[in-house]
Write a protein that binds this ligand. Structure first.
Ligand SMILES: [Zn+2]
Length: 53
């Protein structure tokens, strides 16, 4: 499969997934690490990067 860097950056750069409700959101990763980002849907602070594989 061909990968496009531009598309990857757009889809995955600074995008995180809530561990509780699987909601995606875009935020600076430093903020996520510092737990200063709150999930809009469930109010949680647990996130993982969007790309698992
Ligand atoms: Zn959530």
């Amino acid at each position: 499969m061909v990968k496009f860097k531009e598309a990857e950056a757009r889809k995955f750069h600074n995008v995180f997934v809530c561990k509780n409700c699987k909601q995606k959101l875009r935020a600076p990763n430093l903020k996520v690490i510092a737990e200063k980002v709150t999930c809009k849907t469930c109010g949680g602070h647990a996130f993982r990067p969007v790309r698992k594989k």
